[in-house]
Each structure stands twice: as C-alpha cells, then as structure tokens.
Write a protein that binds this ligand. Structure first.
Ligand SMILES: Nc1nc2c(c(=O)[nH]1)N[C@H]1C(S)=C(S)[C@@H](COP(=O)(O)OP(=O)(O)OC[C@H]3O[C@@H](n4cnc5c(=O)[nH]c(N)nc54)[C@H](O)[C@@H]3O)O[C@H]1N2
Ligand SMILES: Nc1nc2c(c(=O)[nH]1)N[C@H]1C(S)=C(S)[C@@H](COP(=O)(O)OP(=O)(O)OC[C@H]3O[C@@H](n4cnc5c(=O)[nH]c(N)nc54)[C@H](O)[C@@H]3O)O[C@H]1N2
Ligand SMILES: [Mo]
Length: 709
C-alpha cells in the first residue's frame, strides 16, 4: 500500500468490556487497521496493554466468522459444528423461540448478556417485545448488589466519586484501579500530590495501595461489615461523626449506634484481623481531613454471603461523615442525561411501557423480591434451578460464559438441558458453546457502530472503522434482525441500526447525523442549570419535590424500612461467611486457608484475551498467590504446580509466593478454562441480593498430587 491510501479513524476500546471506554486513534490502509494509538482530547485514556493489543484480537486467526449449528445431539462431547447461512440461523431461531412460546409461554425464553455492555439495550428490548421479562446480565453478580445497597440506604444509586480539589480524604473501599482502570490511577496520584489523603481497604498490597495509600487496612476477606461497624463504633464513641447530619437526615441512628457497640476494636481485630490502631487512625483521618469521598468496587465487597449488608455498613459509615453531596464529598450529578453510559434508555429497552405488564412472570420474584423490586434485570444466578424447575426452556445469549458462575458445571448442564440455546460471541468457547445449538459470530468493536459513549453530558458516536470480517455482524444488528424474524419488523426498525439509535438520541434532542457533524470531539448536551449540592435540602432528590431522600422515611436509612418489609434485618447486620475459621472451625482444620477469587489482573478481562500472544506471555497460566508462611508450611516452591482444593472441588495451578497476600489467605484469578477457580467456589448466595460468595470460603494448597483422595 502506498502512504496515500492511509487514513485515520477514531473509535473506543472494548478490551475490558467496561464503560466508559478509552479512546482510540487508528491508522487504516484500505480496509485493514495497521496501527492503534491514544486518541487525543478524549475523556478516557491513555490505553493500557490490553487496548494496545486490540489488533491481535481483531485479526486473530481463530475468530468466529460464520454462524454455526451443531450436528450432533446435545450431550455429545463433539458438537460437530457446521457452517450455515445467516438466513438459516435466523429462521431456526425464530422457529424455535416461537415453538417454545406456543408450547409454554414467552416467559420461558430467557435472554442473557454476559460482561459485554454494548449489546444490552437491544437484547433487553428484544426480550420484552417477545413477551418475556426474563432478561438478565452478568450484573447478577457484578455491580447490582452495590447499587441496591445504595438505593436501600440513600434512595439513589452511587458507586462513589473521584476526589476533587476540595476533597480532604478519599476512602478507597475497595478498588484496585491500578489493574482495573489504569488511567484513573494517574488522576488519583495527582490528587494525592495536591494533598488528598488516601485510606485504602484491601486484603492485598495492590498497585493502588502502593501508589496512593496513606493508610492501608488489610482485612480478612468477607468481613467488610465488621470493619465498617467497628469504624462506626469509634466514630460514635469519640464523637467523630456529623451529629447534625445524623440527627436531621438519617433514620435509625440510635439503633445503629447501639448495634455498633458490639464492635469494639478488640472484637473487630478478632473478626477482621485489622488491629485497633489503624482502625482508630482511619476514623481520625476521615474526621480531620474533610470532606470525605469514597471509591467503591462494583463487586469485591458484595462477593460474599453477607455482601449486601456489608456494603450497606460501608455506606452508613459514609453517611455519618456528613459529606454526602457536598463539594469534594460523595457527590451525585444534578442533571444526568437520560441515557445509560452504554447507550440505551428505559424507553428504548421498553422497561417503561412493556415490563410493568410482564413483572408477574419474572422467575426471580419469589426468591429475590428485593432484587426484583429494584432491578429490571432478573437475578440469573439460579439458572440451574430455573431450568430444573422448567421455568426456562430456551435461551438467547450474547457474550455468555458458563465459567463466570460458581460450580460452573451446573450451569453448563443447565444450558445443555434447554430445548434450544443460541449464543453470539467473538470466539468459539467450548466451555459454554459445547452446550448450545447455534453460535453466531459477533462483529468486534472496531467493526461496529452502536451504541454511543456517554461521559457526563458529552456524547460520542462510534462509526465502524472497517467492515466486519467474514460474516460477523454487530450484536445490535443481530438483536434487531432476530426481532424482525420473530415478526416485529416495525418495533425493530426493519433492522436499521441508525434509526434505532435515533430513537434513543431523541431523548436528548439529537440524531446520529448531529453526532456525525460533531465529529471526533463529540457533542455536549448543555445542562438546564448549574451543578447544585446538598440536593436533599432543596427537594431535588424526590419526585414529590420535598426535602430529603427518596426512601420510605425520606431520610438516609441506616435502618432500612424496605428490608424490614421483606423480613430482613433493617440494620446492616454483620454475619460471618458461611464457611470461615470462625463459623466452621471444623472445616477450617482441614481447609485452613481462605479462598479469595477473582482479583483482576491487568492483562486479561475475565475469560477474555487469553488467546492474544502479547498478553498471554505476561501470564501464561493460572496461579495461586500464597504467602511465604503458608507456602513454607507445605514445602511449596515458587512456580511449582499445586493442588488448590476446597470442600467443593479441586483444580491444579502454579504457586506464586508473595507477601502481597495476607498470611492465611490465598488469591486466585478467575476465567482460566483449564483451571477454573469457580469449580471450587461454593454455591452460597447472599439472601437479599442473590450474589455468590466469590471472596470467602475455605481451601488448602498442597504440592501437586500429594492429596490423592
Ligand atoms: N484488567 C481488568 N480490568 C477489569 C476487569 C478485568 O477482568 N480485568 N473486570 C472489570 C469488572 S467486571 C469489575 S467488576 C471490576 C472490578 O474492579 P476492582 O474492584 O477494582 O477489582 P478486583 O480486583 O475485582 O477487586 C479489588 C480488590 O478487592 C480485594 N478484595 C478481595 N476480597 C475482598 C473483600 O472481601 N473485601 C474487600 N474489601 N476487598 C476484597 C482484592 O484484593 C482486590 O485488590 O474490574 C473491571 N476491570
Ligand atoms: N470466582 C470469581 N468469579 C467471578 C468473579 C470473581 O471475582 N471471582 N467476577 C464476576 C464478575 S464481577 C463478572 S463481571 C463476571 C465476568 O463476566 P463474563 O461474562 O464471564 O466476562 P467475559 O469473560 O469478559 O466475557 C464473556 C464472553 O463474552 C464474549 N464477548 C466479549 N465482548 C463481546 C461482545 O461485544 N459481543 C459478544 N457477543 N460477545 C462478547 C467473550 O468472548 C466471552 O466469551 O465474572 C464473575 N465471576
Ligand atoms: Mo464485574
């Protein structure tokens, strides 16, 4: 190619499936992208090693490029994949879904999207239009328990806020941004230089701890509630909380203060392992350097059998600082756009008009009523039970991964038992797709348009940089076209994604054409007024315009009325993990270590990206991070193969001996097909949120082959 044939294009990354995404500038020759670099003037970036490896994924020789159907019966270990046309794929899907609808009812078809965010609005719309409320996503075990805890407590959703120039202290409980959003860590370092203090709660010494922590509290996994209650105890005892805010704007303070008396420092140390001094020091730091903001993990604190209440204890602690919605504190936007960060809205998904009529047919409503009250998505973690009980007969899945669930084989069996299942993905993933009937090739990020990226009030359109390889199609187009084949041509704009997008953009008075005209710098939708703070004083948080919070009592509910209504404890009560040295000492004698799973690594996203050579060489296989003391007890050497065993299963991994983990706690990353930690994680679920206990439980590590029974 001559230089003249080169062009530059702009896009954004999807290598970590997350939003908001980092900007990309691409150099293209003909229809081939030859180079990727950081995008100028874009709110998220620079790219991390995953983003820089995107062309390895884009042009990977094993990409799924054609629709495939299985030619052997379900249960045969070899699906005998055979290429089919899109037309045959769509006709099969429509026939099978309509058959299930006629035989059992539309609600027996489940719709599911895994960690990928972009397909969601279109798939949700598809589910409700078809007549099924049973649409769910990976949020069943990711961010939704934290947002529920926040809705129960504050009456609104907050996952925390970044420090600003007004901030005194930033409490990071818990995130490891150094691995999970590397570009953010640079911003925190800058804040630190400008004087913000950082208290970090994390069992491990992470990159985030090393780069910003002034104080690091290393708790035993699964005990967050006890630590937060212990901090509340110190706050109350030493008068280091905002008593005016507590009196005027919270409900249940006397009960919470009384309950926190059960968590004096000695007791907190016994439960969490964190000694008295740092706990007291943390509380004093928060009181002395105000306002306080908080950064929370979408998942780490709620991946436990008492996760929702543990997370609520953290939120109660934040409420008692009194810095809710003050400049530099935990603020919430005054004029959020009526569009999700990943591009949909409630009109488009039809949550607004169709879902209310369908709620009765939700398969999760009896088991998880609080979840069902707050979430349009169903709680998917009991998929094996739903299938076993005949509540689901078919599934339409986008970016699904059976390995993401505890005791994964139960999920594989469940999918295999369905009368029909279809999955769209970038690659053929045997651990999931061996159990389905049809696999559809999804176009990758640089080949697709939808949806839009939203940063605050700024919107970016993403145009395809090149056309899809093979016969791959964008997820949105697949969902729209399935809709058309099911007979809903009008509802799905006859498959036209520009019209679909326009219907979303209408809510902010824009069209795709406006965004195109806006070009690479995006379009800012101006706000109807300035940013306001202490919105609870001004009646801006409630639909009725009254001062206060949008909770039943109108206050921050330290004691939750909604939880009482459903028979749960109103206070953020601490319960020990189902299995732990304190709750099951007899099991702990045989399995003396705590199993902490799923800490993110920089080079991979869950089960993704393992096939990319430049990333794989940075971490060739699954490892268990183990403290030198625990390794020595079993005569384990660095890099040696070891058996990692829990009462629920065994996998083989390599030992990495490191002081970054606590003695008595091991840490294993998830998403390895040949050493799937979820095979040994128990199926214990938080009774309120339905979340699995990925970050608690017991295990042992022995040299490979030594434990033979
Ligand atoms: N590179 C990369 N980035 C990702 C992802 C990825 O797979 N790879 N996944 C994305 C997704 S879906 C998510 S949800 C986010 C997660 O984002 P983060 O929350 O930032 O990441 P994690 O590594 O899951 O967890 C953060 C920390 O929680 C600590 N931890 C473990 N158990 C406990 C506990 O019981 N209590 C407390 N307080 N801390 C505990 C771990 O030691 C870890 O350092 O990352 C996103 N970003
Ligand atoms: N033990 C343990 N288990 C965990 C966790 C843990 O901490 N510990 N974390 C949990 C959390 S928070 C999460 S979010 C989940 C992770 O959720 P998963 O859904 O397992 O995430 P991925 O492996 O990234 O993606 C799933 C599939 O989507 C495909 N894919 C990626 N992008 C696209 C796309 O745009 N379109 C289509 N059609 N397919 C795509 C990928 O190829 C992959 O096969 O894991 C959960 N499981
Ligand atoms: Mo997640």
């Amino acid at each position: 190619m001559s230089m003249a044939a080169q062009r530059v294009a702009y896009s954004y990354c999807d290598m970590c499936n997350q939003v908001p995404k980092c900007g990309m500038k691409l150099h293209v020759e003909g229809d081939r992208i030859v180079r990727v670099e950081d995008r100028e003037n874009y709110p998220a970036g620079p790219l991390c090693i995953k983003g820089l490896a995107i062309l390895e994924e884009q042009y990977h020789p094993d990409r799924l490029l054609y629709p495939l159907k299985r030619t052997t019966s379900k249960g045969d270990p070899n699906p005998g994949w055979s290429r089919i046309s899109w037309d045959e794929a769509y006709r099969t899907i429509a026939a099978k879904l309509n058959e299930v609808k006629t035989k059992y009812g539309p609600e027996k078809v489940g719709f599911f999207v895994g960690d990928p965010k972009e397909p969601r609005p279109a798939v949700q719309r598809l589910a409700y239009t078809f007549g099924s409320p049973n649409y769910g996503t990976e949020s069943s075990l990711c961010s939704r328990a934290t947002t529920m805890a926040s809705q129960l407590t504050f009456g609104l959703v907050t996952g925390g806020g970044r420090p600003t120039k007004e901030t005194g202290t930033c409490l990071i409980w818990t995130r490891n941004l150094a691995h999970t959003a590397p570009f953010e860590i640079e911003r925190l370092r800058l804040a630190k230089k400008q004087g913000v203090k950082f208290v970090v709660v994390d069992p491990r010494i992470t990159g985030t701890v090393q780069q910003v922590a002034d104080l690091h509290l290393r708790l035993r996994p699964g005990t967050d509630g006890a630590l937060a209650l212990g901090m509340i105890h110190v706050m109350v005892k030493e008068g280091l909380f905002d008593s005016d805010f507590a009196a005027r704007w919270t409900s249940g303070f006397p009960e919470l203060a009384k309950y926190a008396e059960e968590f004096p420092p000695e007791e907190v140390e016994r439960i969490t392992g964190v000694p008295k001094e740092p706990v007291e020091e943390a509380v004093r730091l928060l009181a002395m350097h105000r306002p306080v903001t908080w950064i929370g993990s979408p998942s780490a604190t709620v991946h436990s059998s008492n996760g929702l209440q543990n997370h609520r204890a953290i939120l109660c602690l934040m409420a008692l600082t009194g810095d809710f919605d003050v400049p530099g504190g935990l603020t919430i936007p005054t004029h959020p756009l009526p569009i999700h960060m990943f591009g949909g809205n409630a009109e488009f998904t039809r949550e607004r008009d169709l879902l209310p009529e369908l709620q009765d047919k939700r398969i999760d409503k009896e088991r998880f009523p609080v979840w069902a009250r707050f979430n349009s998505e169903i709680q998917m973690n009991l998929l094996p039970e739903y299938v076993q009980e005949g509540q689901l007969k078919a599934m339409v899945m986008f970016g699904a991964n059976a390995m993401m669930w505890p005791q994964s084989s139960r999920y594989q069996e469940a999918i295999g038992r369905l009368e029909f299942a279809v999955a769209a993905d970038y690659f053929l993933r045997p651990w999931t797709h061996d159990f389905v009937d049809l696999v559809l090739p999804a176009a990758m990020a640089l080949e697709r348009m939808n949806p839009i990226a939203v940063f605050g009030r700024k919107i970016y359109l993403r145009e395809p940089v090149i056309s899809p390889l093979g016969e791959a199609k964008p997820d949105w187009v697949i969902a729209l076209e399935i809709g058309c084949h099911l007979g809903y041509g009008t509802e799905f704009w006859n498959g036209d994604e520009t019209q679909a997008l326009n219907s979303i953009l209408r809510s902010v008075g824009l069209t795709v054409e406006d965004l195109r005209t806006g070009g690479a710098d995006g379009v800012t939708v101006s706000a109807s007024g300035p940013e306001l703070f202490r919105k609870y004083e001004k009646g801006l948080l409630r639909a009725d315009g009254k001062p206060g919070f949008d909770t039943p009592s109108g206050k921050v509910e330290l004691a939750s009325r909604i939880l009482t209504e459903y028979g749960f404890d109103p206070l953020p009560r601490y319960r020990e993990p189902v299995e732990s040295p304190l709750s099951t000492p007899e099991i702990a004698r045989e399995f003396p270590l705590i199993l902490n799973s799923g800490s993110r690594v920089l080079m991979f996203t869950h089960s993704k990206l393992r096939e990319l050579p430049s990333l794989r060489k940075l971490m060739p296989c699954a490892v268990v991070n183990i403290h030198p003391r625990d390794a020595e007890a079993q005569a384990i050497r660095q890099n040696e193969e070891v058996d990692l065993e829990s009462p629920h299963g065994r996998i083989r991994v390599k030992a990495n001996i490191t002081e970054q983990v606590l003695p008595g706690v091991v840490d294993v990353s998830h998403g390895w097909a040949d050493a799937n930690v979820n095979e040994i994680v128990a199926r214990y679920f938080d009774p309120i949120s339905g979340f699995p206990a990925f970050k608690e439980g017991l295990c042992r590590v022995t040299r490979a082959g030594r434990q033979s029974s």
